[in-house]
Design a protein around this ligand. Structure first.
Ligand SMILES: Nc1nc2c(c(=O)[nH]1)N[C@H]1C(S)=C(S)[C@@H](COP(=O)(O)OP(=O)(O)OC[C@H]3O[C@@H](n4cnc5c(N)ncnc54)[C@H](O)[C@@H]3O)O[C@H]1N2
Ligand code: MOO
Length: 426
């Protein structure tokens, strides 16, 4: 038997301390977002920082490039020629030239670089070798600055190359490396461990009556990554209180995760131990139930050391909708990202009222209309598997042709970007 949904007071901008009923879906999202702040940044080697958000500006510590160099293979020259060839790299006096390769340091005194195809070296008087301009050389080949890449051409020392807040792509990383960065300060991603509960859950083969194949283990690490977390491993436990207590205490190998997600056991039967284990560990429930369907038994708690625990109901679709409602905002807050906005779209179907609760319905997009998907019972995955997003239908329902809030799924970002270009966000 499940607990009646209750609300446990948490400081937050949108939730009244007087409220005692289950928070609405919108309040639960706000609460999950505002109960946590950004994790501190960390320093990473450039290659490891791709896909992270930069938290400190990268500035050019010196001019970029930091020395004038040749843009061509040929000769560094001083004057209009002919030139007496001298040793490469040494300062050039008027009338002198020396061999230089592309990227080579322009020697002092050199005013230009003559391309290899524009000159010819011949033996001159007294054994000296002499460089002369070919008759077919292009005009202006010896003008000052020709084929020289000046220092500071790309950036001046002190210039901001990549501002804090940038989501780093591979080219940003190359730019940072070229500018001499050995470490980049980036936003830390929340680490997320998963505790899969239920002695009836099996992980391979066809389940016997009374058993269920695990719907969470195969997908959760990927979804956690898509939500901006770092998967920290999964453990499986049965239905005993001691197993729950040990799992939430975090006695497993490695450092403790920022967030633990449990599956199943949110009810109040003899095998549902979420609340008792949290209490035994000195934690507090931040939220106990949400006025939504499916997923209403979802629970969220904070342990004394600051770790968060999200309890997802065992029914697979209910769990995923609860993960979107609580996990997405919490991981966004810890990762210093904005809360995902819902999009207003036009409902293609009449959806009945369901007083007192928001319905989260996997939906499909047909032209500019959204329709509830089929096969979306709380225990089903079939509807979600083909959905473009999910609708948050208010308790009053939605008539066909009227606006309804829609959110993308973590794996349907193309849906969200396509839609965002066409309709206003709320
Ligand atoms: N008397 C009441 N019973 C129930 C209520 C209620 O209000 N009163 N609510 C129902 C709803 S809604 C949900 S959701 C579930 C929540 O139950 P739990 O979170 O305690 O989850 P379990 O009882 O452990 O499991 C429920 C269901 O999910 C299956 N399950 C569990 N883990 C997995 C997994 N890894 N992969 C696939 N399926 C899984 C489990 O076998 C059960 O069938 O409570 C209802 N009952
Ligand atoms: O809401 Mo349960 O969470 O419907 O399956």
């Amino acid at each position: 038997m499940l607990a009646q949904a209750t609300f446990i007071d948490v400081p937050g901008p949108t939730v009244s301390a007087e409220r005692r009923h289950a928070p609405s879906w919108a309040e639960a999202r706000q609460l999950a977002y505002h109960c946590a702040g950004p994790l501190p940044p960390l320093n990473l080697r450039p290659a490891d920082a791709i896909g992270r958000t930069l938290t400190a500006n990268i500035t050019a510590s010196q001019d970029l490039p930091h020395y004038a160099s040749s843009a061509m293979d040929g000769w560094a020259i001083n004057g209009n020629g002919p030139w007496v060839m001298t040793t490469a790299g040494l300062p050039l006096s008027p009338g002198e030239a020396s061999v230089i390769a592309t990227g080579g340091l322009i020697p002092a005194g050199a005013a230009a670089v003559l391309r290899k195809e524009s000159g010819v070296v011949v033996d001159g008087a007294g054994g000296a070798r002499q460089l002369t301009l070919k008759p077919d050389a292009k005009l202006g080949e010896t003008l000052p600055g020709r084929h020289i890449r000046p220092a500071g051409e790309e950036a001046s020392a002190g210039e901001v190359l990549i501002p804090a807040g940038t989501l780093l792509n591979p080219a940003h990383i190359a730019l940072a490396a070229v500018a001499g960065s050995d470490e980049l300060q980036v936003q830390r991603k929340p680490s997320v461990a998963v505790v899969l509960t239920g002695s009836e859950v099996v992980t391979s083969g066809e389940p016997a009556p009374g058993q269920v194949r695990d719907a969470f283990g195969p997908q959760l690490d990927t979804v956690i990554s898509q939500l901006g977390g770092e998967p920290r491993g999964q453990i499986r436990i049965g239905d005993s209180y001691d197993e729950w207590l040990a799992a939430l205490a975090g006695g497993q190998a490695g450092s403790l995760p920022d967030v633990t997600i449990t599956t199943g056991g949110t009810g109040k039967s003899g095998t549902d131990h979420f609340r008792d284990a949290i209490a035994a560990l000195g934690g507090r429930l931040l939220l106990d139930g949400i006025a939504m369907r499916p997923g209403h038994p979802a629970v969220m708690a904070e342990l004394p050391d600051g770790r968060f625990v999200i309890g997802l109901p065992g029914n697979p679709l209910a769990a995923m909708m609860a993960l979107m409602t609580l996990g997405e905002p919490l991981l966004a807050a810890l990762g210093n990202r904005p809360l995902q906005s819902a999009i207003l779209m036009t409902s293609g179907a009449d959806i009945d009222p369901d007083p007192g609760r928001t319905r989260l319905m996997p939906c499909t997009l047909v032209h500019d209309l959204v329709f509830p998907a089929s096969h979306t019972g709380p225990g089903m995955m079939r509807g979600l598997a083909w959905a473009d997003g999910y609708m948050a239908v208010p308790p009053a329902g939605a008539a066909a042709g009227t606006p309804v809030q829609v959110l993308p799924l973590p794996w349907t970002t193309s849906f969200s970007s396509e839609v965002r270009t066409r309709v206003p966000m709320v």
